[in-house]
Design a protein around this ligand. Structure first.
Ligand SMILES: [Zn+2]
Ligand SMILES: [Zn+2]
Length: 431
């Protein structure tokens, strides 16, 4: 014997645990005040987790042996579970079976271990397994163990929701090259604001769908505007949704009133933290911190480069040890005077065929800020939001040309032209 209890011994132990819980309500008065009940709850909860883990293990064994299909009627595995585990008739039998089947696969052995050790509840394990299945084809070679660990840690700390939230960060770190960018570019197609729906009661309802970038921008702007505002010491009784809704309207009002005025003066709204290697290599994503708070959103690399063109974004570049290398290079912003001259020179978006007026355009760095492009007019071009996105996505190169007519920006619309330009620049530079 190796000291592990046999099945009969375990059965007796389980019966003893049940006996210990039967009629427990009558003895609770004995628990000391100040922590006694909490401790007891913790013990019972750990027991529940062990029971759930055991249920999955038993179902797994039954599936492997084919025990679930014997008996008088032909039952599906789920029906078999419901038959023998009446608690699952209220729901959850399917999940038990799903997890049991997943645990039979060698790839899920770490998840199984975490459940058996009582670290990970079965409900969270189901989400970890499902997320891992979705991520697997998108991962760089050798990354899977790290991803599983990351998913388990998040699920242990924050439950199933945490597990879903960590997906972009994991893709940025362990995904195939360009995977996060690909996903976030695809998400842009779903951006939508519905027509107002009115039911005659004086209320209009909208449905708004945003991608991660849109969310980061909107939240950064709404954050400070939607904070509770006490009036003469009296609490602000508006709910958070009401404050956010009113903040959105005042944001739009302000933008409309600003009209033709020169854009915002370096008023930082979005703080982007990224490590230098990621920014320079353009492979990984970067965390975006909203207005200095800690709600990080993970954005894909090309998106970050485009945002870094914009004066309302402050990039904080981190070194390999997390130290701050660059708090937004001082000369990164185009000055108000430069912006005025740029408005005059370009007269609006410079993308061929676009007529967006200047006050709706961003000042793009022709050699990106991330590639040490300078904030000179020779390195600047006005682009509307849409064309700015395309220029970064397709990595297009532009040039300021001077001739008899004056100065203007010319675009080379071949994809990847920007990378060729960088290569030419690198070749010219003294080593
Ligand atoms: Zn740009
Ligand atoms: Zn345009």
């Amino acid at each position: 014997m190796d000291g592990t209890p046999g099945l009969e011994e375990r059965r007796r132990g389980i019966a003893a645990a049940r006996a210990a819980l039967t009629g427990i309500a009558g003895s609770l008065w004995e628990a000391p005040s100040g922590g006694g009940l909490g401790e007891l709850l913790g013990e019972v909860d750990a027991l529940v987790a062990s029971c759930e883990a055991a249920r999955v293990a038993i179902v797994g064994e039954a599936i492997e042996r084919g025990d679930t299909c014997d008996g008088p009627q032909a039952l599906t595995v789920t029906q078999w579970v419901r038959h023998h585990a009446p608690c699952t008739r209220a729901g959850g039998a399917g999940q038990v079976v799903e997890v049991a089947v997943a645990f039979a696969k060698p790839v899920n052995v770490v998840v199984k271990d975490a459940v058996e050790a009582g670290r990970l509840p079965v409900r969270s394990a189901a989400v970890v397994v499902a997320e891992a299945d979705r991520l697997r084809p998108l991962l760089a070679p050798g990354a899977e163990p790290h991803v599983l660990e990351g998913l388990i840690d998040m699920a242990v700390a924050h439950g199933p929701r945490g597990c879903r939230m960590v997906r972009p960060a994991l893709l940025a770190r362990y995904g195939r090259e360009g995977q996060l960018q690909c996903e976030q570019d695809a998400a842009r197609r779903f951006v939508a604001l519905s027509q107002p729906m009115e039911d005659g009661t004086g209320i209009a309802e909208y449905r708004l769908v945003l991608d991660m970038e849109g969310k980061a921008v909107l939240e950064a702007a709404l954050g400070p505007l939607s904070a509770p505002k006490p009036v003469e010491g009296e609490r602000d009784l508006r709910g958070s949704d009401q404050r956010r809704g009113e903040a959105l309207v005042s944001l739009v009002k302000r933008a409309v009133e600003a009209g033709q005025a020169v854009g915002p003066n370096a008023k930082t709204q979005l703080v982007v933290t990224m490590d230098w290697e990621s920014l320079a290599s353009g492979v990984r994503g970067a965390g975006v911190t909203l207005g200095g708070s800690d709600t990080g959103t993970m954005l894909a690399p090309e998106t970050v480069r485009r945002l870094a063109c914009n004066a309302s974004v402050l990039p904080v570049v981190l070194g390999s040890a997390g130290e701050v290398l660059d708090q937004g290079r001082a000369v990164r912003f185009f000055t108000t005077a430069q912006t005025r001259r740029l408005w005059l020179r370009d007269g609006g978006c410079t993308y061929p065929g676009c007529s967006m007026p200047p006050h709706w355009a961003d000042a793009h760095h022709l050699v990106h800020w991330a590639d040490f492009g300078r904030s000179d007019l020779d390195n600047a071009a006005l682009l509307c939001e849409r064309h700015h996105t395309i220029v970064h996505q397709r990595r297009l190169a532009g040039n300021v040309v001077r001739d008899a007519v004056g100065e203007r920006v010319e675009w080379d619309l071949r994809r990847g032209g920007y990378d060729q330009l960088l290569a030419r620049r690198a070749a010219q530079e003294p080593a």
